[in-house]
Design a protein around this ligand. Structure first.
Ligand SMILES: C[S@@+](CC[C@H](N)C(=O)[O-])C[C@H]1O[C@@H](n2cnc3c(N)ncnc32)[C@H](O)[C@@H]1O
Length: 376
């Protein structure tokens, strides 16, 4: 559902829901001419009428603002919602000065690109990025199952996590290093988003499965994404990156086993087989040291982890691991709390847990964390 401008009896413009395509291709030159003209219109009531006319042209293939499919010259791909919202704000201004301020802002969004050092987000059009979540609470009710993504690996994260992280913390062509790549969710998203990626996975069979998935996923941006079998606590990161064609990494993603909650293999090097909580943290420390070395300064490390419950006690595994990263000089930038998604099959189990919680005086885990750190 998206927004539509309508005129009510008081000549005011309002939002009402209507189904519209998300992106449109507009003729930038013509739109800029229209905006330049609008800046000369007065009084404010007449300006509102003109904006309504302009809005109608956005829905009319013969209105001169839309570019016919296939003819992409001089065109600009824009979110229709964004454009409608900007127009609504201009039309809602009570003074000409304010309306012209908004018109200038829209003009700037069409003519100037302002990006930072760590992503491709055009800050002059920041309102367009509705798909990017900037809140510290993530409630995701549905796993992205598109393309080759599959939930058939116990312990993989939802693709929305690496997707959000890469949009915020990488530019196209950057290198993402995932030290616990599992079934390759990060690599699949990285390939889709035009980033290069290197995944490290201890289990050869799991790595092979993820490579097969990656090969089945279209590589529209012609990037390199590969999974290497290895122990991320004892890896020559520099060489492994060089072998893949990179000098360093611009984003680290770490989604380790949550200590012994899920046993991934019988391998002693597997963090889920760490003999104690202390040794789990020690192994994590080695991964952070090794991978942290090849991360560029000013870039980010994302740690995805949950807590655990043992012998009647809540073990704050997330915060303990967070501490290992902080101890190594990384600057904590955010703690995101993300819900666990529900699966129908687990309903009976959930009821049993409710009984146990009532009896045992504790709360049931419904969340995990995404910790974000910057390497200074
Ligand atoms: C929580 S899962 C990661 C899932 C992944 N994010 C995905 O979406 O598929 C943790 C993974 O770490 C792997 N692992 C455990 N110890 C490891 C080690 N020392 N080096 C590399 N991988 C390891 C496990 O085999 C498992 O696949």
């Amino acid at each position: 559902m998206t927004a539509k401008l309508v005129l009510n009896s008081g000549d005011l413009l309002k939002l009402s829901p209507v189904a519209t395509p998300q992106k449109i291709r507009v003729n930038r030159r013509n739109l800029l001419d229209e905006l330049a003209y609008l800046k000369t219109v007065e009084p404010v009531n007449l300006l509102r009428d003109c904006i309504l006319e302009l809005r109608q042209k956005l829905f009319n293939p013969n209105g001169g603002l839309l570019i016919p499919a296939g003819n992409f010259e001089l065109s600009e791909e824009m979110s229709l919602d964004y454009l409608l919202e900007e127009l609504e704000q201009i039309a809602g201004a009570f003074t000409l000065d304010r309306a012209r301020y908004y018109l200038n802002r829209l003009e700037k969004g069409l003519t100037k690109v302002r990006t930072g050092l760590i992503n491709d987000i055009n800050l002059n059009r920041w309102k367009e990025y509705r798909d990017i979540n900037t809140d510290s609470l993530w409630i995701l009710d549905r796993r992205d199952n598109s393309g080759v993504h599959t939930a058939q690996y116990w312990g993989n994260f939802v693709p929305q996590i690496p997707s959000q992280l890469m949009k915020r913390y990488t530019k196209k062509g950057d290198w993402v290093l995932d030290t616990f790549s599992g079934l390759g969710t990060t690599m699949i998203e990285s390939q889709r988003l035009g980033r290069n990626g290197l995944g490290i996975e201890l289990q050869a069979a799991t790595a092979a499965r993820s490579t097969a998935l990656l090969e089945a996923e279209p590589n529209l941006h012609n990037v390199t994404n590969r999974v290497v079998v290895g122990d991320s606590a004892h890896l020559d990161y520099r060489r492994t990156l060089e072998d893949a064609g990179a000098k360093s990494a611009q984003l680290l993603i770490m989604h380790p086993p949550y200590y012994d909650i899920i046993k991934f293999s019988d391998d002693d090097a597997d963090l889920s087989n760490a003999p104690s909580l202390e040794s789990f943290l020690e192994m994590m420390g080695r991964v952070i040291d090794g991978a942290g070395e090849v991360l560029d300064r000013g870039r980010y490390l994302a740690l995805v982890i949950g807590d655990k419950f043992s012998k009647g006690e809540w073990i704050p595994l997330g915060f303990m691991t967070m501490n290992e990263v902080q101890k190594r000089g990384f600057q904590l930038k955010s703690i995101i709390v993300k819900n666990f998604e529900h699966t129908a099959g687990k309903r009976n189990q959930q009821e049993l847990w409710k009984y146990r919680a009532l009896l045992g005086g504790f709360y049931i885990f419904k969340h995990e964390y995404i910790f974000l750190f910057k390497k200074n």
